[in-house]
Design a protein around this ligand. Structure first.
Ligand code: NDP
Length: 335
């Protein structure tokens, strides 16, 4: 797509099918969790989103609560969809989610039918859209029967508010249960969105039931959308020397400075050295690593500048990881 910014249109990103569905997704998606708050300059937000779309990153990942304040990222994208991306709606995959706290009171979080559907309506208003492409249950809610949560996703599809639905951060066992409930309810779950990076490989670990989340998803034809492949910036050169003032860790964001332990930074330095020995940056290598399994449909990256996204996108043309790199990752703790 050409958002009209006059940039040369690069070759499109490779597409992968979302599980067994007919939905093809670009291997890299842009997430608007961070960097799309009210305090972030709108001109920068616009540059990142339009630049992403120009580069073929047509899968834009949101949730009701992305901001702050909650709803801010959807409002920003809504403005861009109306002003700059008008006419490109059907070339984009816009997602949103509900599950975490959005509004006060008993109906402002969780997995109830009441919350999920009213939250989806509010998301559509902020986005200025009549449907999203994927609507997710953002988290498993132990206080709501799974039939109710998955039933609400089915309603979202049947009422036309969502083209596809998925789940996010459900364990392997919960995912198996959700798939069984979805089959009963008569709705297809298309994707599961889960954290996955060289430093966080829980989706590869077999659970008590014997299968990993990747196996459960792969066997069921459920696409895996992997988020935070850069471990929020740790798997880049961002923190190798110090904590830069504009970085996520310095701004009081969700990358808590206590995660930047000497031990973790030593691991990152080793991975960085191995990547550089192959003539690549660590950021590029980390994203290439996260997309190496074909069961991973898309990796969702964040970016606080278009330059960062450009660097990350070089993962697509990066040669296979070396045996040394794969072995070094396999030796790390899995989360
Ligand atoms: P990443 O792991 O890709 O981290 C992105 C951050 O890393 C950027 O904001 C930037 O931080 C830094 N960075 C990115 N590229 C580079 C680069 N080339 N060089 C140096 N630093 C770089 O992903 P996020 O944690 O941002 O998550 C991505 C998306 O995943 C979210 O926006 C959201 O859509 C989704 N997500 C979903 C969740 C769920 O529950 N389903 C939970 C979390 C995320 P800095 O600000 O320091 O520049």
């Amino acid at each position: 797509p050409d958002s009209g910014t006059g940039r040369p249109t690069p070759s499109p990103l490779p597409l992968r099918p979302a599980g067994q569905s007919g939905l093809a997704l670009p291997v890299v998606a842009l997430g608007l969790w961070q960097n799309f708050a009210h305090r972030d300059a709108f001109a920068r937000q616009r540059e990142i989103v339009l630049g992403a779309v120009d580069r073929g990153v047509t899968h834009l990942d949101l949730a009701n609560n992305y901001g702050p304040p909650g709803g801010a990222a959807e409002e920003s994208l809504g403005t861009l969809l109306a002003r700059d991306l008008n006419g490109l709606r059907d070339e984009l995959v816009v997602t949103t989610k509900a599950g975490y706290r959005m509004t006060p009171g008993p109906y402002g979080e969780g997995g109830s039918r009441k919350y999920l559907l009213s939250s989806l309506d509010a998301s559509l208003r902020r986005l200025g859209l009549d449907h999203v492409d994927i609507f997710y249950s953002h988290r498993f809610d132990p206080t709501t029967p799974l039939t109710e949560t998955i039933g609400a996703l089915a309603t979202a599809v049947r009422s036309g508010r969502a083209r596809y639905v998925g789940i996010s951060s459900y364990s392997a066992d919960r995912t198996r249960e959700a798939l069984a409930v979805a089959a009963d309810v008569g709705v297809d779950l298309t994707v599961t969105q889960v954290s996955y990076s060289m430093l966080n490989r829980w989706i590869e670990e077999p659970t008590a039931g014997g299968s990993s989340l990747l196996d459960v998803a792969g066997d069921a034809g459920l696409g895996v959308v992997a988020f935070s492949p850069l471990a929020q910036g740790m798997l880049t050169d961002r923190y190798l020397a110090d904590v830069p003032p504009a970085s996520r860790a310095a701004r009081g964001g969700p990358l808590r400075p206590e995660l930047l332990t000497t031990e973790n930074l030593e691991r990152v330095r080793r991975l960085d050295a191995l990547a550089r020995a192959q003539g690549r940056t660590l950021a590029r290598t980390a994203v290439a690593w996260a997309m190496r399994d074909p069961r991973v449909t898309s990796v969702v990256v964040g970016a606080s500048s278009l330059d960062q996204l450009d660097e990350t996108l070089r993962a697509v043309d990066t040669p296979r990881l070396s045996e040394d790199e794969l072995a070094a990752v396999a030796q790390l703790p899995s989360d």
